[in-house]
Design a protein around this ligand. Structure first.
Ligand code: FAD
Ligand code: NAP
Length: 317
């Protein structure tokens, strides 16, 4: 059956902080934006019970309430929210074409704000304790582990950065990596080695987590298997940070837009638009462009920039 076509001057793909901020700015510029929510309306933050680093909100804010407020704000200024998930795109001609599960869309300008998803180990116990001691973001949740013992899993830049960040907050950090040595940058490795030397970080190489254990709905122990000694052992921890990489939600843009390591590349200085992709008229913001920042505030800032850029672009047509 042929899908109904919806045309708009501007369409925003994704309903996380980047998408909603872009919608608020575009709506206030009288552009009547459409936002397509995707399969996770509200984005990654809907998975967290506490946001403590959104400036101006000193009280603990749940992800659900935060997104509810962004949505209400966007609706106040005439944003049309459509629950749909984009499965294919055609950026060869204008207007650009998006194929959704429910509708198809044409648009003169597009803001991609499809975010990313953290990689998980895939253990049953990991999903059981998600948000109850299992975290994927030290900057977001580290403060809850002040003076406590925590573990970080991974051996790349992110894992080492998380371990170093936590070493200034927590009592002790167990860094658990499946190989003999790290694959991170030398400078980070050197910093971690110093902390290993003074016993702030305990490094478990060639080790993998077998099970995350807990009591009263909170993590309290890890069962680890050492490949070197071929035996399992337990460590007491209050939290475990999984830092084994992120997957940007860009599969549908493969070979259709310029990307690097799966992230959308911004082509700076094209007509002075900061958020411009390699295709004029298509802008991107949030976790879909960042490998390192991955914060609500950086996503929102990107959404604002993309909206201002797209407004100028539409004016220039
Ligand atoms: P996302 O929030 O990832 O949203 C992406 C949106 O795109 C979703 O709505 C999704 O449905 C949509 N989408 C994806 N593919 C498609 C498609 N094909 N078609 C249509 N829509 C699509 N940051 C903080 O600053 N503070 C915190 O306390 C904090 N806590 C966190 C806790 C957890 C557990 C996690 C995982 C992350 C946390 N973060 C935190 C990071 C923060 O969530 C992200 O940086 C932020 O959500 C990125 O926003 P975004 O808008 O770029 O993308
Ligand atoms: P990454 O480089 O892909 O490293 C992921 C790490 O997790 C690797 O050590 C990997 O082990 C391990 N791992 C993957 N899957 C695992 C699993 N199922 N179980 C256990 N361990 C697993 O990811 P990243 O550290 O998030 O970095 C991603 C990109 O961002 C990189 O290009 C990085 O350079 C960049 N980045 C840069 C900075 C910076 O410049 N300061 C900061 C953060 C990230 P193996 O080593 O065995 O594969």
């Amino acid at each position: 059956m042929k899908k109904k076509n919806i045309h708009n001057k501007i369409i925003i793909i994704g309903s996380g902080p980047a998408g909603y901020t872009a919608a608020i700015y575009s709506a206030r510029a009288n552009l009547n934006p459409i936002i397509i929510t995707g399969n996770i309306p509200g984005g990654q933050l809907t998975n967290t019970n506490s946001i403590e680093n959104w400036p101006g909100d000193e009280k603990i804010l749940t992800g659900f309430n935060f997104i509810k407020r962004l949505k209400k704000h966007a609706l106040k200024f005439n944003t049309k929210i459509i629950n749909d998930h984009i499965i294919d795109v055609n950026f060869n001609n204008t207007p650009f074409k998006l194929i959704g599960e429910n509708f198809q869309y044409t648009s003169d300008s597009i803001i991609i704000a499809t975010g990313s998803v953290p990689k998980y180990l895939g253990l049953k116990s990991e999903s059981l304790f998600l948000g109850k001691g299992v975290s994927t973001c030290a900057v977001c949740d580290g403060f809850f582990y002040k003076d406590k013992i925590v573990a970080v899993i991974g051996g790349g830049n992110t894992a080492l950065e998380e371990a170093l960040y936590l070493s200034n907050i927590s009592k002790k950090i167990h860094l658990i990596h499946r190989r003999e040595f790290f694959r991170a940058e030398k400078i980070l490795i050197n910093k971690v080695l110093k902390k290993i030397k003074n016993k702030k970080i305990i490094f478990h190489s060639n080790s993998k987590i077998e099970k995350i254990l807990g009591k009263d709905n909170k993590v309290n122990k890890l069962k680890i298997f050492s490949k070197k000694n071929k035996r399992s052992f337990y460590i007491n921890v209050s939290g475990v940070f999984i830092a084994i990489g992120n997957i940007p939600n860009t599969k549908i843009f493969n070979k259709k837009i310029k990307m690097k390591n799966g992230y959308i590349v911004l082509v700076k200085n094209i007509q002075n638009y900061y958020s411009q992709t390699n295709i004029p008229g298509i802008f991107a913001a949030g976790d879909v462009i960042y490998n390192s920042y991955r914060q609500a505030i950086t996503a929102s800032a990107g959404g604002c920039i993309a909206s201002l850029d797209s407004e100028k672009y539409l004016e220039s047509l």
